[in-house]
Design a protein around this ligand. Structure first.
Ligand SMILES: Nc1nc2c(ncn2[C@@H]2O[C@H](COP(=O)(O)OP(=O)(O)OP(=O)(O)O)[C@@H](O)[C@H]2O)c(=O)[nH]1
Ligand SMILES: [Mg+2]
Ligand SMILES: [Zn+2]
Length: 288
């Protein structure tokens, strides 16, 4: 066995991590800034009692995803290709949550898609209307029931050769879905108070048949975006960006300016109210 191996960080704790290599998994002393999903080079150190790894180097990341903690962006996963946004009737996913994750994914060069989970529960018309907004935006939507394994095959097919991060409010079913896919029991919250209990406490990367990689993380329940500029926010609102090109004035505020093309599209329904409201709200919050 070579002393230096390349591997991927599968689990991350406060000062150590688990790295999977071709020759096995090693508990490693983590160096600063290592996150789940990182490809790393490790030196294998063997003493009389145990085998340990020492991380020598973090390889170049093709994508990075971070979370805002105390007003600072903190990296928590790397090399993710897709973000699966779990949308559920209970707990009810807000359109703001969806829009924020679309922005974050686009900025991080990761593809977002929607997993409409809990299709075994009745979906009211308001909920279906919300989903339709995203269907109209050509965002991929896969309808499933993680708990009852309905339509999960389509999801698995879609996830082949991808590394996906499931995001969703606490109780949306991220761990249930991950458990079903990896065929192992993970800690799942009982939704007794309807709000969900924060259950998952460490980030883990799971591999299925060497084809699908899944990251289940506690950092994916809420999302703050306070550090994004207007142009970054606009990346998550393609239809609004396109329409804005035809506003009469270049510096149109898209609220009460003359000849605003977005206002026109809002009236005729080509742009949805909830998308518009979220856009304005996010831009205003960021310009404070
Ligand atoms: N009816 C129904 N319930 C589901 C489905 N998927 C998950 N649940 C239930 O939703 C609850 C929460 O599921 P979890 O998988 O723990 O949710 P989570 O997103 O991992 O939550 P956190 O770890 O707290 O962020 C559990 O009671 C699951 O049984 C589904 O497809 N249908
Ligand atoms: Mg969980
Ligand atoms: Zn305008």
């Amino acid at each position: 066995m070579k002393k230096v191996q390349t591997g991927q960080v599968k689990e991350f704790y406060s000062n150590s991590c688990l790295v999977k290599t071709k020759v096995g998994e090693f508990s490693c002393i983590a160096i600063k800034n290592v996150v789940v999903g990182d490809f790393v080079e490790i030196e294998i150190i063997q003493d009389s009692k145990k085998t340990l790894g020492k991380i020598l180097k973090i390889n170049k990341r093709f994508s990075k995803i971070s979370k805002l903690i105390n007003n600072k962006e903190k990296l928590f996963a790397a090399n993710v290709t897709h973000v699966g946004i779990l949308v559920t009737p209970t707990p009810r996913t807000s359109s703001e949550f969806i829009d924020k994750w679309i922005i974050k994914s686009k900025i991080s060069k990761i593809k977002p898609f929607i997993i409409n989970n809990k299709i075994d529960i009745k979906q009211d018309s308001e909920y279906l209307k919300k989903l339709n907004i995203y269907k109209d935006l050509n965002l991929k939507i896969i309808d499933i029931s993680a708990k009852y394994l309905k339509n999960t095959d389509e999801l698995l097919k879609f996830l082949e050769n991808k590394c996906v991060l499931f995001v969703g409010n606490s109780g949306a079913g991220k761990s249930t879905l991950t458990s079903k896919i990896i065929k192992k029991n993970l800690k799942i919250s009982s939704l007794s108070n309807d709000q969900g209990v924060h259950t998952t406490s460490i980030s883990s990367l799971y591999e299925v048949n060497q084809k699908i990689k899944i990251i289940d993380s506690p950092g994916m329940r809420d999302i703050e975006l306070t550090n994004y500029s207007t142009s970054q926010i606009t990346q998550g609102f393609e239809e609004i960006f396109k329409a804005s090109k035809y506003c009469k004035f270049n510096n149109c505020n898209h609220i009460d300016n003359d000849g605003c093309n977005i206002a026109k599209y809002l009236l005729n329904g080509e742009i949805s109210k909830s998308r518009y409201n979220n856009f304005i709200k996010l831009v205003e919050n960021n310009n404070e």
